[in-house]
Design a protein around this ligand. Structure first.
Ligand code: CO
Length: 203
């Protein structure tokens, strides 16, 4: 056990060094942030360790409200995701909801497979549905092209799912300044791209 504790100690050391460096740059940072959060963005992204929300857009703590799950899926029966969405929209009053997928997503690739994964299969089902409803777009494509296309189509489907929630519909009815964006991140070069699927109250 000892070596395991030792390896985790590294994380606490890292934490102390980080907190000290933030303090050095901005001595009021933590006390200011401890009073309240007022992020303008809700980020719904993939759990993949290579796609960390704040780092990708180079924003400090306090700027992005985050929900992540396998393959950034928004399901209408997922109380976890919907609670995050409700809190972000109704309490924090975020102005932008960003659905951020990424190329080479393992969750999307697993959904393209016939292999069984166990409990995850019920989750991947939602991605398989996106594939099936766009089947004609995949004809004649190579595997990696199919994967990239499904990563993009999945983001677009989730933009639509978020826009169709009663939470967002109600907010728009009340005149909230709220828009939904579909983005995709390239883990090979660190670049974000807008998929031009923006939705707002006017649409
Ligand atoms: Co992923």
């Amino acid at each position: 056990m000892y070596w395991k504790l030792e390896s985790l100690k590294y994380l606490f050391d890292q934490n102390l060094a980080w907190a000290a460096s933030v303090n050095e740059e901005d001595p009021e940072f933590f006390s200011r942030l401890s009073k309240q959060q007022a992020p303008k963005y809700l980020w719904i992204g993939c759990s993949d360790s290579r796609v960390p929300a704040n780092q990708i857009v180079n924003l400090p703590p306090g700027e992005v409200f985050v929900h992540r799950n396998i393959a950034n899926v928004v399901v209408h029966t997922d109380l976890n995701c919907l609670s995050v969405l409700q809190f972000a929209v109704e309490i924090l009053k975020v102005e932008h909801i960003i659905i951020c997928g990424h190329y080479g997503c393992g969750g999307i690739e697993a959904a393209m497979d016939v292999k069984e994964y166990g409990i995850m299969d019920g989750w991947l089902r939602h991605i398989k549905d996106v594939w099936r409803s766009n089947a004609e777009k995949f004809e004649g494509l190579q595997h990696h092209e199919k994967l990239n296309l499904l990563c993009e189509l999945n983001v677009k489907a989730q933009v639509s799912n978020v826009g169709n929630t009663s939470i967002v519909q109600q907010a728009w009815k009340k005149g909230a300044n709220l828009s939904i964006h579909g983005w995709i991140y390239n883990i090979r070069n660190g670049i974000l791209q807008d998929l031009n699927t923006r939705r707002s109250a006017a649409d």
